[in-house]
Design a protein around this ligand. Structure first.
Ligand SMILES: NC(=O)C1=CN([C@@H]2O[C@H](COP(=O)(O)OP(=O)(O)OC[C@H]3O[C@@H](n4cnc5c(N)ncnc54)[C@H](OP(=O)(O)O)[C@@H]3O)[C@@H](O)[C@H]2O)C=CC1
Ligand SMILES: O=C(O)C1=N[C@H](C(=O)O)C[C@H](O)C1
Length: 278
């Protein structure tokens, strides 16, 4: 055991599906201290974050929508290590949230998807200038990292690949951040996938899915009953090789989230992807 003061952690999106899971995980980690719980949902203002997350005891941390005052308060505490903010909010707000946190010297750990490549580059430049660590992780589950590594290995031998991602129907963005990252990882290999054999016509627009920059098609399914699932399907003459990851509980993301909170303090720039900090 070390005598170091616990890391102050703010959770943004605290009343959401992921935010509640993060609150529970942070509350149970002895080296972390939940100091703030932000959510803009009016329904949950002033409720105790622990009780909302389903803990039996209150954490005495009320939900508030006051992001900037909270960042200022945590930044002003010189007795504790620098603060970390975990963001699971919405694609429309995450860019501004990250910029505000970096401006206050609070380290962002970001699970929210939907940032454009230009926004990520801009945030990387901003984090560099501020010498502040920032982690953007499209998927915190170890199973997905393993799937992506297996896909990279398989792509050496297969020229044809498509991605299907399947999620619950409350998801705001499509395709998923994970599917986009998976296509990017395959694209970085510098290989041309899916050479066309015939001229295709879509009789219904979108029938063949979206085409990522890397020429890899991504198909998005949204249904109640799903949580988060992804298939990477490779095809070659006479064979199909399918990689699949299924999420059955959002607890699967928590080891990755806790690792990211602990690692971001040592960083001085923006890092994208869980595989970079394992
Ligand atoms: N990286 C990963 O491993 C994972 C990433 N995600 C991503 O995380 C994000 C959140 O997912 P999920 O928890 O399922 O979504 P939810 O909709 O369940 O939760 C989001 C919460 O954030 C609140 N919120 C929205 N905008 C703001 C804002 N500007 N400031 C403060 N609070 C805000 C919402 O309030 P209200 O509902 O009132 O709008 C809601 O309470 C998504 O982008 C999703 O793709 C999800 C799972 C894993
Ligand atoms: O919205 C979700 O649920 C998820 N979003 C992330 C994504 O867009 O990739 C990660 C995971 O798929 C769950």
């Amino acid at each position: 055991m070390t005598n170091q003061a616990p890391i102050p952690v703010i959770v943004n999106g605290a009343a959401g599906k992921m935010g509640r899971e993060v609150i529970k995980a942070v509350a149970q980690a002895p080296d972390l201290n939940l100091v703030g719980a932000i959510d803009h949902s009016l329904e949950h203002q002033d409720k105790d974050a622990g009780e909302l997350a389903g803990l039996s005891e209150p954490l005495e941390v009320p939900i508030t929508n006051q992001l900037e005052p909270m960042l200022g308060y945590v930044a002003g505490d010189r007795q504790s290590p620098p603060g970390v903010i975990v963001d699971f909010t919405h694609p429309d707000s995450v860019y501004d949230n990250i910029r505000s946190a970096i401006a206050y010297g609070i380290r962002p750990v970001v699970g929210t998807t939907g940032l454009s490549p230009e926004q990520i580059q801009d945030l990387a430049d901003f984090a560099d200038k501020a010498s502040t660590g920032c982690l953007i992780i499209p998927n915190f589950s170890i199973g997905m990292v393993l799937l992506q590594q297996a896909a990279i290995a398989a792509s050496k031998y297969f020229d044809h690949v498509e991605i299907i991602e399947l999620h619950h129907n409350q998801k705001a963005d499509a395709p998923s951040g994970t599917a986009i990252q998976t296509a990017q990882l395959l694209g970085e290999l510098g290989k041309t996938f899916n050479p066309a054999l015939v001229e295709e016509t879509e009789k219904l627009p979108g029938a063949r899915g979206s085409v990522a920059d890397e020429g890899i098609r991504i198909h998005s399914v949204r249904l109640p009953g799903l949580i988060a699932h992804q298939e990477v399907i490779f095809g070659a003459a006479g064979q199909i090789y399918t990689l699949r990851h299924d999420t059955s509980d959002r607890a699967c993301y928590m080891p990755g989230v806790l690792l990211a909170i602990r690692k971001v303090l040592a960083l001085k720039s923006l890092v994208y992807g869980l595989e970079k900090i394992l």
